[in-house]
Write a protein that binds this ligand. Structure first.
Ligand code: NAI
Ligand code: MG
Length: 335
């Protein structure tokens, strides 16, 4: 059966990297049908809404979206369109792989192959309880951790380890200080870990984790952690492997999944053909895994690696003199 994918072209460099990505996917002769839907500034101009109802319906129907970055205008009604999308579809698992690629500008030429699994719906990122006192002197915010939320994200991490042949899950926390919230997460994580005797589990405090990631990233396989720590750690990991142009992410829930680059709309280079399409292409590879096409996902990743190895038409962020589409064509010729 042909799988339909909701495609959101997005703002800034979004349309350029989406054209490049669809060009490569087109060359792969996959049995996919693309349904375009608007979101972000483009949607605001065309439909008067940042997240039009027909876009939400499309994702609800197809259950899979490939999405370019979106601009949330200041004062747009909600704090971020991305946070709103994750909330609406309860996309609780943010899955961000960081893998060493050849010929990048990273400090680690090889040896990084890890996935950060970030809880995407609770922790410090809940929109309730953000208060500043009337005199402007005191600010308070609420962090909420639940047993259910912790259990499902940790279980997701261990199940992913099992299904992908990864060996170890590191539970990252700050339970020594944040005794209630991080404490509950750690307690539940230990209970879940005990149910997976075939997967090695260890615990690490978040500040030490950052130091360990920079000193010896090869000790990590899967990291599972709460929302704020996962946000920061996954950017650190993107930096380890050569930057945002190579960092993809999946937002996964029970009923839907949205695949995107970690980076934003890059207004400084938009419309100039300078954007590296690899982050969105790697997100597309995660999408192919998700929809049951792991061989095609591997084929796509291999073509990206081969193109990087050959230094064929790479974009400027990788030290090349190619552009978004020439890079995509070089990858497409290797799929
Ligand atoms: P950004 O990620 O757009 O850009 C940071 C730097 O990285 C810039 O110098 C940019 O040129 C460079 N860069 C990013 N992607 C690149 C690529 N594919 N190839 C080459 N260089 C690349 O972050 P910034 O500037 O903080 O945010 C810009 C806008 O993007 C904001 O409106 C923000 O809200 C939005 N944003 C959207 C996200 C999403 O839709 N998931 C995520 C992050 C930011
Ligand atoms: Mg972030």
């Amino acid at each position: 059966m042909t799988q339909t994918i909701t495609v959101i072209r997005g703002d800034g460099i979004g349309p350029e990297i989406m054209d490049a990505t669809l060009h490569v996917l087109g060359a792969m002769n996959l049995d996919l049908h693309y349904e375009e839907a608007d979101a972000g500034l483009v949607a605001l101009e065309k439909h008067g809404e940042l997240l039009p109802a027909q876009t939400m319906e499309s994702i609800r129907r197809t259950r899979v979206a490939l999405k370019s970055p979106l601009t949330t205008p200041v004062g747009g009604g909600f704090s971020s369109i991305n946070v709103e999308l994750r909330r609406q579809f309860d996309l609780y698992a943010n899955v961000r792989p960081a893998i060493s690629f050849p010929n990048t500008k990273s400090r680690f030429a090889s040896g990084v192959d890890l996935i950060t699994i970030r809880e995407n719906t609770e922790g410090s990122y809940i929109s309730e309880g953000q208060e500043v006192s009337a005199d402007g002197e005191t600010a308070v915010s609420i962090t909420r951790i639940t047993r259910t939320g912790s259990e499902r994200i940790v279980r997701y991490a261990f199940e992913l380890a099992r299904s992908t042949g990864r060996k170890k899950v590191t539970i990252v926390h700050k339970a020594n200080i944040l005794k209630s919230t991080s404490g509950l997460f750690l307690k539940v994580a230990r209970e879940v870990a005990a149910q997976y005797p075939d997967i090695e589990a260890n615990e690490m405090i978040v500040d030490n984790t950052c130091m360990q990631l920079v000193m010896s990233p090869e000790q990590f396989d899967i990291i599972v952690t709460t929302n704020l720590f996962g946000d920061i750690i996954s950017d650190l990991c993107a930096g380890l492997v050569g930057g945002l142009g190579l960092a993809p992410g999946a937002n996964i829930g029970k009923d839907a999944a949205i695949f995107e680059a970690v980076h934003g709309t890059a207004p400084d280079i938009a419309g100039q053909g300078k954007a590296n399409p690899c982050a969105l292409l790697l997100a597309a590879a995660q999408m192919l895994d998700h929809i049951g096409k792991p061989d095609d996902a591997t084929r796509l990743r291999k073509a990206i690696v081969a193109t990087l190895e050959a230094k064929d038409s790479l974009t400027g962020d990788l030290g090349g003199s190619g552009n978004t589409m020439s890079f995509a064509k070089a990858i497409a010729s290797r799929v």
